[in-house]
Design a binder for this molecule. Structure first.
Ligand code: 5AD
Ligand code: SF4
Length: 470
């Protein structure tokens, strides 16, 4: 294949937001080598599956997708063409060679720490080699990944993900992350600021900082002083254009005073926090190796609510962890009600080979897991709708993000991450405008723009002070 002819790249992303961010960075790494993104495998010369290993179902999807791609490639070859197939992400990291053995159609397999090497790996694959790279290299991949061109960033929209931390040292007994993403590492402060400046210059107004344990982020400032995520958020908020900052996912043990106080002091830090507890039972938390009790978690929430009374809480829950009794599950339901989560992600426990949970006694039957999940989801949906209804009648600052589905409509988000639809001109895209919330629907709000000027800081503070306590 001619190295200089334009080539088409399709990346299919599974799993979490970190994979969404990584997929963009892979596209950025390949752009200087002539690869242009397309929207479907059928139009592509190279398809990369950016995979997730967190639960069995997510993992298995990859192999059925490879089967489909193999058929597509066979058709192409009959017509004199070809298709390269790459597997990236956490399944690649966890299964490495096994993927090529099980699915020989795959040309290259590479883990999340190898994305900066992608052009070189691809060149080797083009020469006919089967390439597997699941090393954890010494060099900092972020230093070697090229930045996106300004117009590419602009096309991606005015909210952006920015990975600041990767990996995890907590070793919860259900979780593959410490094995697939490796040890906990933080990107250097200056590197993060530089990337955020580039994003802001391209028009980005809202950053979501990402990390498996994002609130464990730490770095050194120019004077060699150790700084935490709160200070990082502050420094990011000083970048012209950056109006809103969010971060996900946090661990309760890493919710420092510095970060909590920043929620009190920094208007740019949005009042929506994803802080998983996983279970409401101390016995289960212990066997999950969470290293905190329910009471300790509740104490963290109390500190957060004292700093920011209108904070909307979100979490993750696993039902049917080995040994979970009806009483343990009831304790989870109790925590859900007490914290008053505005939203949550809920999962049936999924055995992950190689993790301590996989071999524990007391595995819970699937039917029981399904029954508990349904009860939990019902409770969370009820709370989510109640939260949406609680903002009806209030005026919230909404970041207008895009044109709506109907002509004359625009869509945006409230500080609490709620989707808001309203009538309005597309020239408002990128602005934060006061919007009166008229109606709560299942998954979104309908609003009316009060004025199309940016609200002055005083009005933002006022809407924050009157926010409902959930
Ligand atoms: N089974 C079910 N859910 C899991 N999660 C992580 N590992 C498992 C597992 N083995 C969930 C946790 C975590 C989220 C990203 O996925 O709730 O917070
Ligand atoms: Fe997995 Fe999160 Fe636990 Fe780390 S803290 S092991 S990423 S669930």
């Amino acid at each position: 294949m001619n190295e200089h002819a334009p080539k088409k790249l399709f990346i299919k992303t599974y799993g979490c937001q970190m994979n969404v961010y990584d997929s963009d960075r892979m596209a950025d790494a390949l752009a200087p080598h002539g690869y242009e993104p397309v929207q479907a495998a059928e139009d592509a010369d190279l398809v990369v599956l950016n995979t997730c290993h967190i639960r069995e179902k997510a993992s298995e999807k990859v192999f059925s997708e490879i089967g489909r791609l193999r058929e597509l490639r066979d058709e192409r070859r009959l017509a004199g063409g070809d298709l390269m197939i790459g597997v990236a992400g956490c399944v690649a990291q966890a299964e490495g060679d096994e993927i090529v053995r099980r699915a020989p159609a795959v040309n290259l397999v590479f883990g999340p720490q190898s994305y900066h090497r992608l052009p070189e790996l691809l060149a080797r694959a083009h020469n006919g080699a089967r390439v597997v790279d699941t090393d954890f290299p010494e060099e900092d991949k972020f230093e070697h990944l090229p930045a996106a061109k300004k117009e590419v960033t602009a096309r991606r929209g005015l909210t952006a993900f920015l990975t600041v931390q990767e990996g995890c040292d907590k070793f919860c007994s259900f979780c593959v992350v410490p094995y697939t993403r490796g040890a906990e590492t933080s990107r250097p402060l200056e590197q993060v600021l530089r990337e955020a400046e580039n994003l802001a210059e391209a028009g980005v107004r809202e950053l979501t900082l990402l990390g498996q344990n994002v609130n464990a982020w730490h770095g050194l400032d120019a004077r060699g002083r150790s700084v935490g995520l709160g200070e990082l958020c502050y420094r990011l908020s000083l970048i012209p254009g950056i109006a809103r900052i969010r971060y996900t996912t946090s661990h309760p043990l890493d919710m420092t005073d510095e970060l909590i106080e920043m929620h009190r002091d920094l208007d740019a830090l949005m009042p929506y926090l994803h802080l998983p507890i996983q279970s409401g039972s101390d016995a289960i938390l212990k066997s999950m190796n969470r290293r905190h009790t329910v009471a300790e978690y509740m104490a963290v929430i109390e500190r957060i609510k004292a700093a920011r009374p209108d904070m909307a809480m979100s979490g993750d829950f696993i039902v049917g962890f080995p040994g979970e009794t009806d009483a343990d599950f009831d304790a989870t339901m109790q925590v859900v009600r007490e914290v008053g989560y505005a939203s949550a992600y809920t999962f049936k426990y999924s055995i992950r080979p190689g993790t301590p949970g996989a071999t524990m006694d007391g595995q819970v039957p699937e039917a029981k897991k399904a029954e508990r999940l349904a009860r939990l989801n019902e409770q969370i949906n009820t709370q989510m709708h109640a939260f949406h209804r609680s903002v009806v009648g209030r005026t919230l600052p909404v970041l207008i993000e895009k044109a709506g589905r109907q002509p004359g409509q625009v869509g945006g988000r409230s500080p609490y991450l709620q989707a808001v639809h309203m009538q309005g001109p597309t020239r408002l895209i990128g602005q934060i405008v006061p919007v009166e919330i008229i109606e709560a629907r299942n998954n979104s709000l309908t609003g009316k723009i009060v004025t199309d000027a940016e609200p002055n800081p005083a009005s933002v503070i006022e809407s924050r002070a009157t926010a409902a306590h959930i």
